[in-house]
Structures are given as C-alpha cells and as structure tokens.
Design a protein around this ligand. Structure first.
Ligand SMILES: Cc1cc2nc3c(=O)[nH]c(=O)nc-3n(C[C@H](O)[C@H](O)[C@H](O)COP(=O)(O)OP(=O)(O)OC[C@H]3O[C@@H](n4cnc5c(N)ncnc54)[C@H](O)[C@@H]3O)c2cc1C
Length: 583
C-alpha cells in the first residue's frame, strides 16, 4: 500500500473543503495539503446551490437581526457563540469571494444585490442569479489553483480515518481509476465530505451525498451531533427531487393547493404580517412550510399526480422578464423535468429532504473531540443551524467554518507529535482489509439495491416530516436489521477499474451508519423542535431537551446517546417568531 505523506489531508473538495484548503495555503504556504475528492471538485454538491448566501450588507439590516433570525429559526438549539462568530464573519467572507472574482448580482447603482429568504427578516442573501453555488464553487476552485502547496487527488474515495495513539493521523482512500488503496499520512485531517440526503427516497441532493464523512468519523468514535434534525425543503420537483430554490418565493412565487387556494394563510407560520413587504407566508421557515404540506395532504387538498401528491408553485404573475433575469435555471429545470413553464403554467412541487442540520460534533474552531481531526460544511455540526437551518446560511457557513478548520488544522499540524509510523501502517492495513474483504465475500443472498431501497422507505416512514414512537421504533429496528444484512452483501463486479458496484456498496454502508444515528437520536428526543416534529410529543420541552444530542457508535447494537448543553449567550428561548428574539 502506497503512503502519501502530507501535512493537512482534506476529505472533500466542495465549498467547505476548498475554502479550508485555501486557508491552509494562505496561512502556511510551507505546509502541504492533500485535497481528496471522490468527484472532480466542480461536481461537488455546492455547485447545485441556487438561491444564495446570507451576510449583512444592506442599510437597514443589522448583525443583531441576522443573529436573532438564525437563533429563532433554529428553535434555540444553535450555539449562540458560534452564531455570533458566523454572522460577524459572513460579510467578510462574502466580500473576500467578491475579491476573488465571484460575479454577485448587482443593483443598478452597482451595489451588491440581496434578496429575501425564508425566515430572514431583512434582505441579506447575496446571489449570482439562481446559480450562486456554481459561481461560488468556481471562484473557490479557481483561487485554489493559485497555490502550489495544494495537491489534488480527484476521484479518490476515502474509506477510513487512520487513528493512531488516539490522534487522527491520516485517511485511507481508493484510487478509483486503478482500484489501488492509498494511505494518506497527515498531521491534521479535515472532513468536508458534505451531507447525507440519499438516505431518503426523495431528495434535492446530488447522488454523491451519501454520508461518507459522517460515517468515517462515527465509526472512529467521534460522536454525531443532533442527527435527528433533517430538513425538508418545501419546493422540490416531484419524481426527481430537484430543487426549485427558495428564491422563487423570495421573488414573489406563491403556493396553492388543488383549489387554487393559498393555503399557507391557514397555518401558524408566525405573526400575521411581521414584515413591511407583506411576504410572510411563503417565506416562513422550511420546516413549517413542509409541515403545512403534510396537513394539506391529510385534508385531501393536495393534487394527485403521476409522481404522487403535490401542490403548485405559482410564479406566473412574476412575468417572463423577471423570471428570465432572476430565475433562469428554475425555468429551465421546471420545463425539462416536469414539462411546466413557470411563465405560463403552475409548477407541481412537494417537500423533499434537503439538508442535515446534524453532523460530526465540532466546537467553534471546527475541531472534533479527536485530536488532529477537524470538520466543516454540511457534514459537521458546529452548531449554527440548531433544529432548523435558515436558507442561505449554509453557503456562508462553508466559508466561515471552512476557513476556520483550515487555520486550526495548521496550528495542530505545527505542534503535532512525531507520527506513530508503525501504528499508522497497521491501521492502514486494517482499512485495506475492510475493502478487500468485500471482494472476497461469498454470495450471502443479499442485494445492495434492495437494502438501499428498504433504507429509503424506512427513513421516510419513521424519520420523515412527522414522527411518532411506533413508526420510529420500526425504523430503528429496521436499520439494525439492514446493517446486519449489509454484512452479507457481496460484490457482483470484482474488477479494479472504476468499480461502481464496490463504490455504491461502500456508500450504502456509510448511509446505514448515518441512518442509525438519525433513527436513534430521533426516538430519544421526546419533544417537538424545529424539523423534529413528533405527533406524540407535540410541544417543545426546554426543561429536558434544550440540549444537543450526541450519538456514539457501538458497533452492531444501538448507539450510546449523550447530551450536551446548548450555548446560550443573549437570546433566551422564546416563541418562534420570524426574525425575532424571544420577547
Ligand atoms: C440543490 C441544492 C441547493 C442548495 N441551495 C442552497 C442555497 O441557495 N444557499 C445555501 O446556503 N445552501 C444551499 N444548499 C445547501 C448547500 O449547498 C450545501 O449544504 C453545501 O453546498 C455543502 O457543501 P460542502 O462543502 O459541505 O459539501 P459538498 O459541496 O457536497 O462537497 C462534498 C465533497 O466531499 C467529497 N466526498 C464525499 N465523500 C467522499 C469520500 N468518501 N471520499 C472522498 N471525497 C468525498 C465530494 O467529492 C465533494 O467534493 C443547497 C443544497 C442543494 C442540494
């Protein structure tokens, strides 16, 4: 097994991974960075983000408002020290992107344009038409090319963290082109491997979001935090799950049911008219809007379609000019995937899994409890998103905490003790064995596609928009069963070159680990908060559950659950109202 020695190994080259790599290269040009990604960096999911990135810039807005919106939107489960740092660094990072060449959309007078976004009281979402993620990722990728210390390993699939003497000292990876295992020996490791939406049947996520980073950390003993909080986005296209950005509603699109009725007026989404622009309904937080769909469905007021039940997004009143200028991708996607041109027609939509609020437990420095290991981006939980992330906070989070992860990984790399070479090699061999064993397995009568399908179904039924003890118990049991059956899956394709059968199998294995943490964290949280809504415990219970959950891996059995106090600095838990602190 070849060993590649580096100073900082970064798993993932999406927004968070690239921002971390640049931070290392800028602050420590003498340190080598290995930037490892299972896809070419520009194919990372960040590229698909449409709506934009939040940061206070406009007159009339304030850091305090961004803080309060984020904390209230997260149902007070956010760590407020992290939110404080985040909202302060947000405009700095977005301006930095501007200097690196990000083509933000502009107002006529030349100022950066900002658009409204759900749960944000003021306009503060920077955007580049509806291709914000594409332009952000492109800007970061091109900037990263300037630094000779960043060595890229594209199409390398990471499998296991290498932990020696209790310290993370590297990662093992399969070079997909050759099938060879490589050992990256590093003084610090940053996981920036993105989310886990593919655990569920309908998701806006790209097919590469399979929880690999979370699973690697989990198996290595690092807890996964707040995994029960899974965000549904209210406007995905049925069938494919492709996202129609919140920007559609930000620009004035409305949601109607089968009677053409703007049904959100019937639901408690906050005070009647909190905003001067009277845009509350469709711009309520995502969890509340997705829950409203569920109720409409129960009342028989959704529309049956060949893709299942839907409601309609009506953008016709926006006019062709505005749609072409502000939402060109949305027009294209709706026409291509459901055959509806938003300029003239209603577009069918339904809630789809969009984002994981939970992830690898880190502190405000992006450090995990394991020395030498850092995490940032969607795979991490720092936590600024609490029980429900506000749209457009994630892209900014990648920048703020990606940078921080890079800087703190540098500090550790400089001070780390001498590597434990023989133990590292031994751990590398164990990682290799895990993969070669897959190739050697006899046919155990299990099919990986069936396992994935059953996982998808059980996650939707037990850990979907609404949850209850019985269905969650079934999901917990099913996940344990699927993990056991997974150990009997064998590979049909035993070749080395781009063996997609093997990679797919490993990805399903990762998702089963994350599903394990989601299911057990959910059943143990006996309250409703943010995206975690229980039919049997309908109220928020601050007395018992104003706490982060931590799921610790224990092998075949259920995880050990632990809890951690939320950091509260200045906003005491209160009623969730738009953009308001508790008053
Ligand atoms: C359709 C869509 C639209 C969105 N729109 C917005 C928006 O407008 N505003 C907003 O704030 N947020 C938005 N989000 C959320 C946001 O885009 C994501 O949370 C964010 O981009 C995740 O970035 P990341 O760097 O953490 O991960 P990603 O961009 O997903 O990158 C993950 C990286 O990890 C690598 N990787 C994963 N596993 C492995 C492995 N085993 N080995 C090696 N490499 C691995 C991948 O190759 C990839 O490079 C949107 C999300 C989606 C899906």
């Amino acid at each position: 097994m070849e060993t590649i020695k580096t100073d900082v190994a970064i798993i993932g080259a999406g927004g968070a991974g690239l921002r971390a790599a640049i931070a290392v290269a800028e602050s420590a040009p003498d340190l080598k960075v290995a930037l490892i990604s299972k896809v070419y960096p520009m194919r990372s999911h960040t590229v698909a983000a449409e709506g934009g990135a939040a940061g206070v810039i406009k007159q009339g807005d304030s850091l305090e408002d961004h803080f309060n919106d984020t904390v209230a939107g997260g149902d007070w489960l956010c760590d407020q020290d992290a939110v404080d740092l985040f909202i302060r660094q947000a405009p700095v990072e977005l301006t930095q992107l501007e200097h690196w060449g990000c083509p933000w959309s502009r107002e006529k007078n030349g100022h950066v344009a900002v658009r409204p976004f759900g749960g944000m009281k003021n306009e503060r979402t920077w955007f580049a038409a509806d291709k914000s993620g594409f332009h952000i990722l492109h800007t970061l990728f091109q900037t990263s090319l300037k630094y000779p210390s960043i060595e890229r390993y594209d199409e390398f699939y990471c499998t296991d963290l290498i932990v020696a003497d209790g310290v993370c000292q590297g990662v093992s990876a399969i070079e997909m082109r050759t099938g060879l295992m490589q050992l990256f020996q590093a003084r610090s490791v940053i996981i920036a491997a993105g989310g886990a939406g593919w655990m569920f049947p309908f998701t806006t996520n790209g097919a590469i979001k399979t929880a690999d980073g979370m699973a690697m950390a989990y198996r290595a003993g690092v807890p996964l935090k707040d995994m029960e909080f899974v965000q549904y986005h209210p406007t995905g296209l049925p069938g494919t799950g492709i996202l129609l950005t919140e920007g559609c509603r930000g620009e004035g699109g409305i949601l109607v049911n089968k009677d053409g009725y703007r049904y959100l007026q019937d639901y408690d989404l906050g005070p009647p008219d909190p905003w001067p622009r009277n845009k509350a309904m469709e711009l309520g937080p995502r969890d509340r809007l997705s829950q409203a769909f569920w109720h409409e469905q129960k009342k028989g007021r959704t529309v049956g379609s060949r893709w299942g039940d839907v409601v309609y997004l009506d953008m016709r009143h926006l006019g062709e000019k505005k749609i072409n200028e502000k939402l060109p991708l949305v027009r294209d996607l709706a026409a291509s995937y459901v055959g509806a041109d938003p300029v003239h027609e209603l577009v069918p939509v339904r809630p789809v899994v969009h984002y994981m609020m939970g992830g690898i437990h880190t502190n405000i420095d992006a450090a995990t409890p394991m020395p030498g290991l850092y995490a940032a981006g969607e795979c991490a939980c720092v936590s600024i998103n609490g029980a429900n992330r506000l749209g457009s906070n994630s892209l900014t989070e990648l920048l703020v905490f990606g940078k921080r992860a890079g800087e703190h990984a540098v500090e550790h790399a400089r001070s780390a003790a001498q590597p434990s070479e023989s133990e590292i090699r031994q751990k590398g061999e164990e990682a290799r064995k895990r993969v070669t064993d897959l190739f050697l397995r006899e046919d155990g009568g299990e099919n990986i596609t069936t396992i994935r399908k059953e996982m998808n179904e059980t996650m939707e039924s037990g850990a979907g928009i609404y949850r209850a003890e019985d269905s969650m118990r079934e999901t917990c049991d099913k996940v344990l069963e699927l993990r056991e059956r997974f150990s009997r899956v064998h590979l049909e394709d035993k070749s080395n070159v781009f063996n997609t059968n093997m990679l797919y199998t490993m990805e399903v294995g990762s998702m089963l680990e994350a599903a394990h943490a989601v299911a057990f964290s959910a059943i143990n949280r006996k309250e409703s908060r943010g995206s975690h809504q229980r039919l049997d415990y309908t109220a928020r219970d601050d007395g018992s559950f104003l706490k982060h959950s931590l799921a610790y891996y224990q092998g075949e059995v259920e995880p050990r659950m632990d809890y951690l106090d939320v950091v509260i600095t200045r906003s005491q838990p209160g009623q969730r109202v738009y953009g308001g602190s508790a008053k």
